[in-house]
Design a binder for this molecule. Structure first.
Ligand SMILES: COc1ccc([C@@H]2N[C@@H](C)[C@@H](O)[C@H]2O)cc1
Length: 451
């Protein structure tokens, strides 16, 4: 054990109301929006396949040229209420939006820079409009903020000289000022999602990230921050040098999920952020470049996250004009239609403490010890679902969520192990079987045989 002075601040897992709401939300919408949405991955007629929000570097564009995109940013189709209604219909309970990505352009009128929405043809407080509209639909909003800032003259990847150190001290003050400004301007936000914290400059400033987390949480009680915000004084990130998670939840699952049978991951709160194409966060004009995930693939990821105590943050990349491409609108509708019928297996649900089985995923309703959801993605050819529960568990009844008054036939195989028969399931979509257990003290509880 190393002596770590600048590691974890808050005892985890947090059990305060703000974190309980974060946990019960489960499904969120990520929004990546900035100047990069204007070129959309194409520069001087050439399409760049790498992530569109990195076009500045993939196309080797100078900062001066890139930053002049600011004077073209005029999303005339932006309608925050329409966005919020689409998000609501999709079934998300929270949304995380880029306030400033690596390019350094700010979607809010910041007093600390002119490289912001105020100095664009649009001019208005776009971020404020977004937050107000999403909150009005009952959707919590958290703010993505990139510490890495390609525009800011004081950004340094590494601190090799006294000049670097002095510059980065100014960058740290700028960063703190902008974050305090965001919390001042937008008091209803629930969280901060830090990115761009992998460089040596940040690893050398673990104490600063520790003090910054403390200051932000003092100012904004209940604030939820991701582990990516933090380094400890030895430069260890996400987890401190003794393996203790920093921030409030683990945020290393980016475009990847844990193994579905991994139960280690269930010990902490965590969130997976996911793109619809293979690797595009900002709007890219050409979606033929890679596989585009289907609704069922994305629903399965959401269910898997829930089954392992994680949240799923699905990314959308609005166009430079402020609307969504038709593929995203269609996916939002398809996912929303599924959530309309099945969200009771997602919201306020988590790890059921059971081993994953071949037909799909178990989720447990946090408010009920005796209700277990089986979200089915793979129908067994004989229509019988093998479920291995904890020893001594007794199924009182099992039924399709879509047909709650038709009990399914059960066959007990052994202590806590059953076949549930569901032969006539017509739907082609993932579906839910509900298991209701006898509670522990019911007289039917099988006493373990004394042998
Ligand atoms: C390979 O290095 C990176 C660096 C930054 C990212 C950013 N994190 C995601 C959440 C997006 O914001 C992406 O641009 C992705 C890969």
């Amino acid at each position: 054990e190393k002596e770590v002075k600048y590691g974890q601040i808050t005892e985890l897992p947090r059990q305060d109301d703000a974190m309980k709401k974060w946990r019960s939300n489960r499904f969120g919408q990520f929004i990546h929006w900035g100047l990069y949405a204007i070129p959309g991955g194409v520069w001087k007629g050439k399409t760049y396949e790498y992530a569109a929000e990195f076009l500045k570097s993939s196309a080797g564009i100078s900062t001066a040229t890139w930053d002049s995109l600011q004077y073209q940013f005029n999303p005339i189709k932006f309608n925050a209420m329409a966005w919020a209604k689409m998000a609501k219909a999709m079934g998300v309970k929270y949304a995380t939006i880029t306030t400033k990505h690596h390019e350094g352009f700010c979607l809010w009128p910041s007093e600390y820079t002119d490289f912001d929405i105020e100095n664009t043809p649009y001019g208005k407080d776009l971020l404020g409009e977004f937050i107000e509209a999403y909150n009005a639909e009952g959707i919590d909003v958290s703010l993505y903020y990139s510490v890495l800032d390609w525009h800011h003259p004081d950004w340094r990847y590494k601190l090799n000289s006294e000049e670097d150190k002095e510059a980065f001290e100014r960058l740290k003050i700028f960063t703190k000022n902008q974050l305090l400004e965001l919390l001042d301007r937008y008091p209803t936000v629930k969280g901060l999602w830090f990115d761009g914290t992998w460089d040596q400059c940040w690893k050398d400033n673990g104490q600063f990230s520790y003090e910054l987390e403390k200051k932000l949480k003092e100012k904004h009680p209940g604030l939820v921050v991701n582990s990516r915000m933090r380094a400890d004084e030895y430069g260890s990130r996400h987890f401190d040098s003794n393996g203790v998670l920093m921030g409030d939840y683990e945020s290393g699952y980016e475009r990847r999920l844990p193994n579905p049978w991994d139960i280690e991951v269930t010990k902490n709160d965590w969130e997976c952020c996911m793109t619809i194409p293979e690797n595009q966060w900002g709007y890219h004009k050409d979606w033929t470049l890679t596989h585009i995930k289907t609704a069922n693939e994305l629903i399965e990821m959401l269910v898997q996250c829930t089954s392992q105590n994680g949240n799923f943050l699905l990314n959308f990349g609005p166009t430079g004009e402020g609307d969504f491409r038709e593929e995203e609108v269609k996916l939002a509708k398809e996912i929303g239609d599924w959530m309309d019928d099945n969200s009771s297996a997602i919201y306020n649900c988590g790890y059921a403490g059971l081993k994953k089985q071949g037909w799909g995923y178990f989720t447990q309703n946090n408010d009920s010890e005796t209700t277990i959801n089986m979200v089915v993605f793979n129908k067994p050819i004989n229509g019988k679902y093998r479920v291995k529960l904890n020893k001594g568990s007794v199924i009182k009844k099992a039924y399709l969520l879509s047909k709650p008054d038709k009990a399914l036939d059960l066959e007990e195989i052994s202590n806590g192990e059953y076949f549930i028969e569901a032969k006539k399931v017509k739907t082609k979509d993932p579906f839910v079987i509900i298991i209701e257990l006898e509670n522990k003290d019911s007289k039917k509880f099988h006493q373990k045989a004394l042998t």
